[in-house]
Design a binder for this molecule. Structure first.
Ligand code: AMP
Length: 430
């Protein structure tokens, strides 16, 4: 008996099924199979799902279906509001809305900070069925009366955990205050901490709860190993690895924006085409860099953790940690970029002696010791001490005063700023 769930059994109509077929999807992912019927029934949804699970189509498809039945948006009104933490994610969601809705007469637009507000105001003037937004810019537009929510039917909160991490809680509260209480609410988050649950209590009513894991969990699909190397040799080692292995598409993570710029310049000097994305780059520069990377015009994209969050790049065989993240969970997020959709990926971390603590924390979280491979000519003078899986929780060991190269990463930095929501403005996308 064939127990496969098909898209045409989920309650979607012909124009949407056609768009799905044109996109090349044959079967719904688990989150789609569960979320689509629930959303179509008008239920609130609370879903634990990361990027890579197909969650975007999971909420976009049924929303478009519901919208196609109601009245069109009036001037300056939005019928669906999708809130997301970063500009890249906002742009990607908008792309999905356009793709899946291409056979429907619905309008949509995306708004985010870092670009001129006037063109966005113009687009909102006639009203939109779907509005994708980052929180800061949405508040600015609302303050200027460019958008109203009298007709709002659905609110989607995407990557809720990341929004809280980035200090958007005040902005979210402000936005909730101007939305009508009678609406459908869908909440997506990679994790469900107490903080997220508290937020959810105010947001969703009798939600359908869905929990899925990414199509590939890092540990099985991705070959992971570390290269012990002296800090000052890392750039040269990376260039060597790229050239010797003839890698064509490499996502490199850097802990700092400055480090990302320096490395990009170094690679360019070595005739390896590279670009950096991080919070100090203009929106245009970032969009351009991402497009060039996707189109294979550049070989290396150097990104900071937050700038790379949620970016969806198909067929990414190589992820390099130029330095290890301070937050061990970020390692998982980083390497989750590769090995997607059944493809084989590898994640290589260039580790110097001063990163011993980060390495131990990551191995503790993974519950395994990562293989080491020293590259000829790059054997470190300051060797990385041997790690072991310690049964004691790591935080029990008092961390030493951070070395100056171990400054707080951007992620913890942004948490600190979270107390002042205004300081997030135009900054909502590292
Ligand atoms: P998301 O988790 O929404 O970021 O989606 C991750 C990736 O999965 C995107 O590249 C989608 O285009 C792709 N995708 C979404 N749904 C399906 C599906 N049903 N079949 C195959 N690929 C899909």
């Amino acid at each position: 008996m064939d127990t496969t769930i098909h898209f045409d059994s989920l309650g979607l109509s012909a124009p949407i099924l056609q768009a799905i077929e044109e996109k090349g999807y044959t079967t719904p992912t688990p989150i789609q199979a569960q979320a689509i019927p629930a959303v179509l029934e008008g239920k609130d949804v609370m879903a634990a799902a990361q990027t890579g699970t197909g969650k975007t189509a999971g909420f976009t498809l049924p929303i478009l279906e519901s919208l196609s039945k109601g009245n069109r948006a009036k001037p300056n009104q939005a019928r669906v509001l999708i809130l997301t933490p970063t500009r890249e994610l906002a742009a990607q969601i908008q792309d999905s809305v356009v793709t899946y809705g291409k056979h429907l007469p619905l309008s949509s637009t995306v708004v985010f900070g870092g670009v001129k507000i006037n063109p966005q105001m113009m687009k909102l003037r006639r009203g939109v069925d779907v509005l994708v937004a980052t929180p800061g810019r949405l508040i600015d537009l609302h303050n200027q009366n460019a958008v109203r929510f009298k007709q709002l039917e659905v609110l989607v909160l995407d990557e809720a955990d990341r929004m809280l991490d980035m200090g958007f809680i005040h902005d979210i509260r402000k936005i909730l205050a101007f939305l009508p209480p009678k609406r459908q609410t869908l909440m997506f988050s990679a994790t469900f901490s107490m903080e997220i649950r508290n937020l959810a209590k105010k947001l969703v009513r009798n939600p359908v709860e869905i929990s899925v894991t990414p199509r590939n969990t890092t540990v099985e699909a991705v070959k992971q190993w570390i290269c012990p190397v002296d800090k000052k040799q890392k750039s040269a080692l990376l260039a060597r690895l790229i050239q010797e292995n003839d890698w064509k598409k490499i996502l490199v993570f850097s802990r700092t924006k400055h480090g990302a710029n320096r490395l990009t310049q170094y690679l360019e000097k070595k005739k390896i085409k590279a670009a950096a994305i991080h919070g100090n780059k203009s929106q245009n520069a970032r969009t351009k860099a991402l497009k060039a990377f996707k189109d294979d015009e550049i070989r290396v994209l150097v990104a900071t953790d937050i700038a790379a969050r949620g970016i969806d790049i198909d067929q990414l065989p190589q992820v390099i940690n130029f330095d290890l993240p301070n937050v061990p969970e970020d390692y998982i997020h980083r390497i989750g970029r590769t090995g997607r959709a059944g493809l084989k990926g590898q994640a290589i971390s260039l580790v110097s002696a001063d990163e011993f603590k980060q390495l131990s924390d990551i191995e503790y979280l993974l519950n395994r010791i990562l293989d080491r491979k020293v590259i000829d000519g790059f054997a470190p003078v300051n060797d990385v001490p041997v790690t072991r899986l310690d049964k004691r929780p790591h935080h029990a060991k008092k961390a030493k005063q951070p070395h100056k190269d171990h400054r707080q990463g951007q992620r913890s930095g942004s948490k600190g700023r979270g107390h002042n929501p205004r300081s997030q403005r135009g900054n909502n996308n590292r």
